[in-house]
Design a protein around this ligand. Structure first.
Ligand code: MN
Length: 261
């Protein structure tokens, strides 16, 4: 098995080394990761400048771009002749839960793999007292081995979050929701110019079955995600609006036709 390893914390991040070592126990690895931290870069693809890829050691490459750039370049460029069977992203230094997944470079790298018909797993670690990347990596290795045996699919990505406390097992979860308060700090730089800094601690909305609830109770959270953001109930609820607009438009077009005759 060939495994592509990436992250959004950068090629030097501790979590990447642990995940690469875990993946190397399961197959041949290639690491392609950003040359610096790209957290919260979302699913950003760089189109306005050239990208450079540099081999920093055997099978390890850094890219001066986003996590999505890394996966895209790896699959469509570097590994074009021998594509990976699986893409893993992380271990991110910090959780990627609930509404935060769309900001996450870690999760977006896995989404990018799905877009290229490859299965992908994203791993993130809660950074509270007691966390262990060694324990998380060992869990990740066993989970990946079991997942491969179960059957990989490129239809969904698997978003895995590790609690800081020793984990009690895993739970299959759905995305939760959080509220961020007071996220914008306004200050003045030494030249007197105003600046803003976005940072906040989420307040979780406690709901059973969510990724956050699993973490809060000391479980590894495993959430299958897919890129289809369609609101299926919305197709029904907006139907009257579409009918109204189409009715008017058709009536208008009909009038026009009549007037033109
Ligand atoms: Mn990160």
């Amino acid at each position: 098995m060939r495994i592509l390893v990436t992250n959004d914390d950068g090629i030097s991040a501790e979590g990447l080394g642990h995940l690469a070592a875990a993946a190397a126990e399961l197959g041949d690895i290639v690491v392609v990761a950003p040359d610096r931290e790209q957290s919260a870069s979302g699913h950003s693809l760089t189109l306005d400048r050239p990208l450079r890829m540099r081999e920093v050691r055997e099978h390890w490459y850094e890219v001066d771009g986003t996590p999505t750039d890394c996966v895209h370049l790896a699959i469509r460029g570097l590994l074009r002749e021998a594509p990976p069977d699986l893409v893993v992203s992380g271990i991110n230094m910090g959780l990627n839960l609930g509404d935060d997944v769309t900001y996450s470079g870690t999760v977006s790298a896995a989404f990018e793999a799905n877009l290229h018909d490859l299965p992908a797993v994203a791993f993130s670690q809660e950074m509270e007292a007691g966390y262990s990347l060694e324990a998380a990596a060992a869990w990740a290795r066993d989970f990946l081995a079991a997942l491969v045996g179960f059957g990989l699919t490129s239809e969904t990505l698997v978003n895995v979050n590790f609690p800081a406390a020793p984990c009690r097992g895993m739970r299959l979860t759905r995305l939760g929701h959080q509220l961020y308060h007071h996220t914008v700090t306004e200050k003045f730089d030494p030249k007197g110019r105003q600046y803003f800094w976005i940072a906040g601690t989420p307040e979780w909305i406690h709901e059973r079955g969510t990724d956050h609830a699993a973490l809060a109770e000391g479980y590894v959270s495993v959430t299958p995600l897919h890129l289809d953001l369609t609101d299926y109930p919305g197709l029904e609820s907006y139907a009257p609006l579409a009918a109204e607009l189409n009715g008017d438009a058709l009536a208008g077009a009909g009038d026009g036709e009549r007037r033109g005759q």
